[in-house]
Design a protein. Structure first.
Length: 481
């Protein structure tokens, strides 16, 4: 079994930390994001943040937190505070076999994905709420000689929202996979169980668990075999069965599943995987590719899988901790980290088939970095004929004008379409165009100033949901390490 570790001992850990503060003065000509009767506003924002990372022999910690405060000088002179947290800890409780992982996030999310939002916490749109998630997950590993390795994991998590419904979930997984004896033929058998419990319709309401009508239970048994033919070629096949229980218009949400894929790595910097799978909701291809050169990275993927908005909120990354080339970002909370992820809008218990294609290309020369991205997603809800689609295209450029001054510019377009049952409501659609231009100047090694302009226009077929906004922001950021 091994000796019991003392996970709270971090004296031997290698620690790095960073503290930053951003002062921001913003002028907007449409603080409420309305089509008529626009009100301009001056908003003063203060965002202190801290990042701490530590790694020892038996424990690793990653902690990132920022507190954003906004004061509006126009209108009713409101003041708001927004927490942004992303933290994780990994501990080895007993030598090489018993582990404990924990994770927590706190961020702002959209209440209604159909209504206007400025994309951050500055505007008075009234369409944001606070979302707190946490998960604790013990796991075990045990080697069966050279022939196999057994792994188990149990998860307990909660998602808490300030205005919409709360929920909790439990999950268990047992996996048996090939050991070192099987060098060219890898195999795996996996059992998975997931259950989500949905609470009442808001923090102000009773938190008694509902009668089970919105509970989601997913069970599956799956086995796969992968054959390694050479350094470049691999072929994988798998099959299994699912037993599911959730609200659905389908006659049966259980059934057999199978998949097959081919992986090709023509070089150490290029990977292409194509496949095909069949599950109870239909057949679909799969795709993963990535190519990296000294100055560029191109990635892409296509997936179609079961998901819920709750699960997406639970898995959300509040801060990016790596750049496009995989290099760690030493201070994730530095700057203006308060963009709101529009994919986290729907917080109910509905389950959907989530179809996502996305690709991104980054080119970095000595003075210029250009990034282009495309994302298409479709949610096919299983308890109704409703489905919605989102398409986003974006292009950004950063150009170093000198050793201390850089130029940033970006442009993006997003279309959201919601197809309702014709007997209930009409379809809804909106387009959002965004363009930005900014200059950043380094005053000292740890202090910089930035001036940004942003234009955003929304064209919606929902009444009184159009808006146009011009915004100018001045930033002053200081950090200490």
């Amino acid at each position: 079994m091994g000796a019991l570790a003392v996970p709270v001992s971090v004296c031997g850990a290698n620690w790095t930390n960073s503290i930053s503060t951003t002062l921001r003065q913003t002028y907007t000509d449409n603080t409420d994001l309305t089509d008529n009767n626009k009100d301009d506003d001056w908003i003063t924002s203060v965002t202190p943040g801290i990042s701490v990372r530590g790694e020892g022999a038996r424990m690793a910690l990653d902690f990132n937190y920022a507190l954003n405060g906004n004061h509006h000088t126009g209108g009713d002179r409101t003041t708001s505070f927004n927490h942004r947290l992303q933290t994780s800890a990994n501990t080895e409780l007993a030598d090489k076999w018993l582990f404990l992982d924990a994770r927590a996030t706190y961020t702002q999310t959209l209440i209604d994905e159909y209504q206007s939002s400025g994309g951050d916490t500055v505007n008075n749109s009234g369409n944001t709420e606070n979302t707190f998630t946490w998960e604790v997950s013990p796991s075990t590993r045990h080697r069966l000689g050279r022939y196999a390795e057994a792994r188990t994991r149990v998860r307990y998590n909660e998602v808490k929202n300030s205005t919409s419904s709360d929920s909790r979930g439990v999950a268990a997984n047992a996996n048996l996979q090939s050991g070192r004896f099987f060098q060219d033929t890898l195999w795996s058998v996996d059992y998975s169980y997931v259950k989500d419990f949905d609470y009442g319709s808001g923090r102000g309401n009773s938190e008694d668990v509902r009668s089970g009508g919105n509970d989601i239970e997913l069970k599956s048994l799956y086995g796969s075999v992968e054959r390694i033919f050479s350094r470049r070629w691999r072929v994988q096949v798998g099959a299994g069965r699912e037993w599911n229980d959730f609200s659905s218009t389908r006659s049966d949400e259980d059934g057999m599943r199978w998949d097959a894929s081919v992986r090709w790595t023509p070089s150490a910097r290029t990977l292409i995987r194509v496949g095909y799978s069949d599950r109870f909701y239909g057949s679909n291809p799969t795709l993963d590719f990535s190519h990296e050169s000294r100055r560029s990275v191109w990635t892409g993927s296509y997936r179609k899988d079961l998901s819920t908005a709750r699960q997406q909120r639970l898995e959300n990354q509040v801060y990016a901790t790596e750049d496009a080339f995989g290099n760690p970002i030493s201070d994730p909370v530095n700057g203006d980290p308060l963009d709101i992820n529009p994919d986290l809008a729907d917080s109910n218990a509905d389950i959907f088939v989530n179809e996502v294609f996305q690709t991104s290309y980054t080119l970095a020369t000595r003075r210029t970095t250009v990034t282009a991205n495309l994302r298409y997603s479709e949610r096919q809800y299983q308890d109704s004929s409703r489905d919605n689609t989102t398409t986003r295209i974006g292009l950004s450029l950063n150009r170093a004008l000198s050793g201390v001054t850089s130029l940033d510019t970006n442009v993006s377009w997003e279309r959201f379409t919601d197809d309702q049952n014709p007997t209930q409501a009409e379809n809804r659609e909106h387009d959002t165009w965004t363009a930005g231009l900014g200059l950043t100047h380094t005053l000292t090694q740890r202090t910089n100033v930035a001036l940004n302009y942003r234009f955003r226009h929304r064209d919606s077929d929902v009444r009184d949901d159009d808006y146009t906004e011009n915004r100018i922001s001045l930033f002053l950021t200081t950090s200490w390490q």
